[in-house]
Design a protein around this ligand. Sequence first.
Ligand SMILES: Nc1ncnc2c1ncn2[C@@H]1O[C@H](COP(=O)(O)OP(=O)(O)O)[C@@H](O)[C@H]1O
Ligand SMILES: [Mg+2]
Length: 377
Amino acid sequence: MIPIADLLEIAAITGGTGLVIAAAGLALMWVIRDRSVGAMLAVVAAVTVAATLGGVVATTFKMLINPHDRSVVLTVVAVGGMVGFGVALLLARRVVADSRRLLKAVQIVPMFGQFTPPEGRMPTELATISKALEEAHESLREARERERALDASRRELVAWVSHDLRTPLAGLRAMAEALEDGIIDDPATVQRYYGQIRLEAGRLTQMVDDLFELSRINAGALSLSRHRIGLDDLVADTLAGVEALARAKGVRLHGASQGMLPVEVDSGEVGRALRNLVVNAIRHTPADGSVSVQAGVVDGMACVSVSDACGGIPEDDLPRVFEVAFRGSAARTPGPDGGAGLGLAIARGIVEAHMGAIGVCNTGPGCRFMIRLPLSV
Ligand SMILES: Nc1ncnc2c1ncn2[C@@H]1O[C@H](COP(=O)(O)OP(=O)(O)O)[C@@H](O)[C@H]1O
Ligand SMILES: [Mg+2]
């Protein structure tokens, strides 16, 4: 049995030698703090081996064991240390190789536009970095895709503006010039020109207003001032607002609501979306036809549907009616009461900004547009 005092002495000698070597190792680590993980792992292994060897050498000298025993002990410790050092180097090589694979996967991203994580297993930290890189790349890709879509719609809008605003402006100009030069002097025609100019100016104002709304929607700058209201009230208000239009066209309007439908919306914006649907329905329904607006709850959502007697929208057009500047007929020039093809795009933008959904299907004598909005609890 070794006396306690000897044990304490051995601990003190080994600890002291270890501390000196550890301090040297830490200093070396600080010097190489921006070098490879491999070099750092090698230092860690070297410090471990050196601290053990140092402790053993100091202790064997102190304990006065004979040279033969000392050689045996030193050889055992030295070989053990070498094995440990070798394993540490192998580990270091693996970590370095894995980090190089990850680096390579990142470096080829610009070439292929795609981040493919390195195959095979990796230490947890590197695997986490790889996963985070993959997610970051995915969200960047989605952002780029959105940007591209937005850019395309902006370009389309500019092309649209240059065509559809110029045409009526040219007409206005021609009429104003004819009036100014006195080419037109027959009072009835003059009166007709004035009426036409007022109509065109009104339509242009509406278009500019719609364009402005659409650009705010596209830029995500639609600031909604939401209030809790009854969707049934909004439907009633909208119907009251389009009654004159329906009467002038000879179209019957029906409205029905399944009780109070509480929603938290910007009533101005949702009212605008709803009005766009109802005005479309009236425009596309022949005289003596009827348009019906129903509000209720479907699948836990507040729902308004606008059904008309337009004779159905061609199946090919159904998915496209909500696109900016889509107008059904091939002609790009708006007809006498035709809009600019922005109404449904605006309606969709407004409904989606409220976390709702809008859709269309053909039913009965025409089609049915449907708006769904979350119920307010
Ligand atoms: N109620 C409807 N019935 C039939 N077709 C419709 C109806 N609403 C919209 N459409 C079709 O969708 C197109 C786009 O509508 P919209 O965006 O409101 O533009 P606009 O009314 O200015 O033409 C219309 O030109 C028309 O072809
Ligand atoms: Mg319209």
